[in-house]
Write a protein that binds this ligand. Sequence first.
Ligand code: AMP
Ligand code: GLY
Length: 423
Amino acid sequence: MKIMVVGGGGREHAIIKKLKKSPKADKIYALPGNGGIAADAECVNIGAKDIEAIADFAVKNKIDFAVVAPDDPLVLGAVDLLEKAGIPCFGPRKNAAIIEGSKIFSKNLMKKYGIPTASYEVFTEMNEALEYLKDAPIPTVIKADGLALGKGVVIATTREEATDAVRSMMEDRQFGDSGSRIVIEEFLTGPEVSVLAFTDGKTVIPMVSSMDHKRARDNDEGLNTGGMGTIAPNPYYTADVAERCMKEIFLPTINAMNAEERTFKGCLYFGLMLTENGPKVIEYNCRFGDPETQVVLPLLESDLLDIMIACSNGTLSDTEVRFSSGAACCVIMASEGYPRKYASGFEITVGDDCEAEVYIAGAKLSDGKLLSAGGRVLGVTATADDLKGAIDKAYANVVKVGFENAYYRHDIGKRALAAFSDK
Ligand code: AMP
Ligand code: GLY
């Protein structure tokens, strides 16, 4: 089969490396891919948001199956266009991708169907939001309605920070139209868990759970980033929690989307917080997480292509989805300065003795050399029988990979591990 993967980050590299293992995958294109992905797929210089060009390419090249990985093309309707052109796809249609594309939609969905989440108010007028904040409980959480490159959430610990956040979203339009409507919600506390789930709209099969580390620096200090590392499984996500999430969150969400005539197919990402009052949804994403995918897919033992096809044609209940009982840890190497200003163009070297998978997120090829070209440059993923083994192995291998001005966190998974080894 000829496969096309839309996207060009570490997540897409992990997807492509897994798809390559399928005996049915004869040829894989990446749109646009990146310099590192070029070792595993043919990269085509079409941007992930250029959905018309993506559909044209698919038709001209007789693509048999398309995987649309990033949020933007999904929310823009890439799957609808591809399906209209007769190309089967993994990923939700536009009317279901709204579960990530609009926070107001997802909050209202949860309220209507009794799915546990933080209590909230929606504002379309800045003055009303500012009035509400005068005696709202602090800390409070301010969210831009639309996509904002993962930056549209502000946890305000003072009233002043909260009003500043509202002004910058609604008045200064820091995130463009994404901030013309906002959600102000209750601040929740508890361990966070990411659960990605395969679904064909009828059956939902959660993958192994994971934990992201969003802050730039050790001990969860520094700025929020797209994610500096992940572990899987997440030790807080016990069998009891999993059972509760299936009953109270996963199935009700799939059923709610069907009831709204917005059947969701593809990978639904549940960002959960395990609060004192039970698991609650912090956010939905309509796609695989990045860098969660870089720890979840290495643990998948079944054929990813078969599963993706089953999600698209409604046969997931008949398809094997098996994960190893082991663990994985991914340490992201970023360019010093990320998530703010950083320099790139430095050669990336991977030692011959590297025993980990290296997923390239931001790099380009120049005269046969792989050069850094982004904030998050790559992820080093190790797997082992248990979490401690995976963390130790990831860190033993990170030092074998490098580029000038690289930085990474030294404590991925360590706090979670410590919380459980005390017991
Ligand atoms: P982002 O990935 O930028 O959307 O940021 C979401 C992050 O903000 C989550 O991973 C949480 O850590 C935090 N967050 C979002 N909503 C809440 C909430 N209601 N209470 C506490 N933290 C939250
Ligand atoms: N790692 C969080 C996300 O993919 O949104």
